[in-house]
Design a protein around this ligand. Structure first.
Ligand SMILES: Nc1ncnc2c1ncn2[C@@H]1O[C@H](COP(=O)(O)OP(=O)(O)OP(=O)(O)O)[C@@H](O)[C@H]1O
Ligand SMILES: [Mg+2]
Length: 250
């Protein structure tokens, strides 16, 4: 489903991704772990199409199609969803208005009818109830004044409503209390499906106890250094990233 080949990305004259290759199959949950500043968030931004990054080499294929030339909204319409490490507040926009616009934009792009308001309301209410998003949060402007954990829940709510093909979660666990971590993980697990894939970026094995990954990838120095199964996350927890950061033998 997602094939990243030899991706090189710079910001200004700073090289961030340096030949990153990663393949995630449909139905798979892939975890990416790696030290601070190694380019994990950059990778998620580049996949979702945020501007400001120079892609100097390589390709990102979604179901065989190179998506690097597409606008962010076109990628979203194809089913790419990114839950940010730091969700943005949008003070002037009512949460419900935003959710409806996002859902209908995606439905239009898929050639589906827009949702009638009662149907939309029902979907939001059901998803909000299962994710512990209060009616009060739904009434406020998007993310504004939400606590860190509330923003993350709102992100997962958006994901549940949009039913993406590829969900990218950038440190969705940071700042969550234990109950919220469960809620978020349950939300992701409920969305797991043979036709859907997830890339979960995390620093902690703890999240992976709730969202069991199929594959674990160690990212360091702008590249995937090693791939394995869930046992790799346990090994990292024990030994850290030292061996991946050492200079290559000359
Ligand atoms: N717009 C930018 N301008 C300059 N440097 C940038 C920019 N975006 C990212 N970087 C640098 O690129 C490197 C990778 O950043 P990135 O946020 O992708 O790391 P990360 O792996 O997500 O780290 P963390 O685990 O702390 O979230 C960092 O050194 C960062 O300072
Ligand atoms: Mg990051």
């Amino acid at each position: 489903m997602l094939e990243i080949r030899n991706l090189h990305v710079s910001v200004g004259d700073r090289k961030i991704l340096q030949g990153l290759t990663l393949s995630v199959k449909a139905g798979e949950v892939a975890a990416i772990m790696g030290p601070n500043g190694t380019g994990k968030s950059t990778l998620s931004y580049v996949i979702s199409g945020r501007e400001g990054y120079d892609i100097t080499e390589g390709e990102v294929l979604l179901d065989g199609e190179n998506i690097l030339a597409l606008e962010p909204h076109e990628r979203a319409a194809k089913g790419v969803f990114l839950a940010f490490q730091y969700p943005v507040e949008i003070p002037g926009v009512a949460t419900m208005t935003f959710l409806k616009a996002a859902m209908n934009a995606q439905r239009r792009a898929r050639g589906e009818e827009e949702l009638a308001t009662p149907d939309f309301m029902k979907r939001v209410k059901d998803a909000a109830a299962s994710l512990g998003v209060s009616q009060d949060m739904l009434r406020r402007p998007l993310n504004s004044g939400f606590s860190g954990g509330e923003k993350k829940r709102m992100d997962i709510l958006q994901m549940a409503l949009l039913q993406p093909k590829l969900g990218i979660l950038d440190e969705t666990d940071s700042g969550l209390d234990i109950d919220a971590l469960r809620v978020v993980a349950d939300g992701v697990n409920a969305l797991r499906a043979p036709e859907r894939a997830f890339v979960v970026i995390t620093h902690y094995q703890r999240l992976l106890e709730y969202i069991k990954p199929d594959t674990v990838h160690v990212m360091a120095k702008g590249r995937i250094q090693r791939s394995g199964g869930p046992e790799l996350a346990l090994e990292l927890e024990k030994h850290g990233y030292q061996e991946y950061l050492a200079e290559e033998a000359a």
